[in-house]
Design a protein around this ligand. Structure first.
Ligand SMILES: Nc1ncnc2c1ncn2[C@@H]1O[C@H](COP(=O)(O)OP(=O)(O)OP(=O)(O)O)[C@@H](O)[C@H]1O
Ligand SMILES: [Zn+2]
Length: 411
């Protein structure tokens, strides 16, 4: 007898299948339902011990750590989601979504990548590519990147193979910048770009070589690479291209170069190899943090600097406070220094070094307030009042001498 219904997935008929469920224009058998459910469960399990790859959940986690950069947060969350979808569902025909981040120093490129890795609970390493040389040359070998991941994963090869690597200062590998350091062999940035190609795409690497010569094989095919760099004069290249273009010439629409994203050809002109760029299909640009954003890095983000310093002082029994004007001055100064949020810590360290030096000599419970004027002066003025002449060893010595002299004069 000819079957009337067959499973649309495996072809089992009403005679051979355990159950046949009818949908609109299709059937599915019990066996296929079970195996589909299993695949879904497997994918869930593969989400590393309960961590998530859901883009909105990833972005929410990153939000706690990174101020601003909203567009890049989205782009990265989606890229990461797709990347792990590709691994978990073994859909290896999907293109690997390595990411290129372009943005000034201290704007959160590495922090973004790190907080994503944390949300995913995968190992994370930052490799400064200017320290890499072509395989076989002096210096750190390209394979060492895989070795770093292996160590970050505590020797778990399977986990290491799903990790995230930031290739920092990638712009220093531009074709025109040879950038030789003393003692290194003649290895141009272009050659290093070449030598990174295979690893970025996926290759077998030996890691964890023991003195006995034993080692593990690790594939880099499922490692997510995030290349990052400042590409400082890329904006000029982009602007020139836009000016040359028929639409761009004299057009008021493209005058604001902040809004123009670099194209593939701009990056090639900058000195990146087309083959290299081809392996980084996702590109996102980040802007420098502005003053209100720098304020938030000081005050309200996970590991914000002001609460961190307050804790440091509290351990010595000092209640450290900042006036609003002080916060404003710090953020404004930082914005002019050109090192992004990194400048904030520099300013705070300079400002508070003396206070930290003397903190243990102040009575417990002392309240110390940093004002806007203090930030201008680079020193906490109230400290002098609190310490009196103890603040300055030179002054203290002079004072002691004067006291002796007075005694002698009166005696
Ligand atoms: N958007 C941000 N939100 C919160 N903190 C930030 C942000 N950007 C930078 N920071 C702070 O500055 C430090 C340096 O930032 P990060 O390492 O991410 O810079 P980067 O953009 O990778 O710079 P580089 O190109 O020099 O590596 C971070 O540890 C963090 O404390
Ligand atoms: Zn079936």
């Amino acid at each position: 007898m000819k079957p009337l219904c067959v499973c649309s997935f495996c072809g089992a008929s009403e005679f051979t299948a355990d159950v046949l469920l009818a949908g609109t224009g299709a059937y599915i058998c019990g066996t296929c339902v079970t195996s589909a459910a299993q695949s879904i469960a497997d994918a869930e399990l593969a989400r590393y011990g309960g961590s998530t790859t859901d883009p909105t959940a990833l972005a929410a986690h990153v939000d706690r750590w990174v101020i601003g950069q909203e567009r890049t947060k989205r782009v990265l969350s989606v890229a990461v989601h797709n990347h792990y979808k590709r691994i978990n569902k073994a859909a290896h025909n999907l293109q690997k979504s390595n990411v290129l981040l372009i943005g000034p120093t201290g704007c959160g490129k590495t922090l973004l990548a790190r907080s994503l890795a944390e949300a995913l609970q995968v190992p994370f390493v930052v490799a400064d590519v200017t320290g890499l040389t072509q395989a076989g040359y002096a210096g750190e070998d390209v394979d060492s990147v895989a070795e770093m991941l292996f160590r970050a994963a505590d020797g778990d090869v399977a986990l290491a193979a799903r990790g995230i690597v930031v290739l920092d200062e990638i712009d220093k590998l531009a074709r025109r910048s040879v950038g030789l350091t003393r003692g290194s062999l003649d290895v141009s940035g272009e050659a290093v770009q070449q030598s990174l190609l295979k690893m970025v795409e996926g290759t077998q690497v030996r890691v964890g070589v023991t003195p006995q010569g034993r080692s593990h094989e690790m594939s880099t095919a499922d490692v997510l690479f995030i290349a990052s760099g400042a590409f400082s004069d890329l904006a000029e290249i982009t602007r020139d291209r836009v000016r040359r273009s028929p639409l761009g010439f004299g057009s008021p629409l493209v005058v604001a170069d902040e809004g123009v994203d670099p194209e593939f050809e701009d990056l090639v002109e900058f000195g990146m190899l087309p083959e290299f760029l081809g392996r980084f299909p996702v590109v996102s640009r980040l802007a420098a943090l502005d003053v209100p954003q720098l304020r938030r890095v000081l005050l309200d983000v996970e590991h914000a600097l002001v609460p961190e310093y307050r804790t440091l002082f509290a351990l010595d029994g000092i209640d450290l406070r900042f006036t609003d004007a002080a916060i404003d001055r710090i953020a404004t100064q930082a914005a002019t220094l050109g090192t992004g949020a990194r400048a904030l810590r520099r300013i705070l360290e300079d400002l508070l070094t003396d206070a930290m030096f003397h903190a243990t000599r102040l009575p417990r419970g002392t309240s110390l307030t940093v004002t806007g004027a203090d930030v201008e002066a680079g020193r906490v003025g109230q400290l002098d009042d609190l310490l009196g002449d103890r603040a300055d060893p030179q002054k203290a010595a002079e004072e002691a001498m004067r006291a002796r002299f007075r005694r002698r004069a009166s005696g």
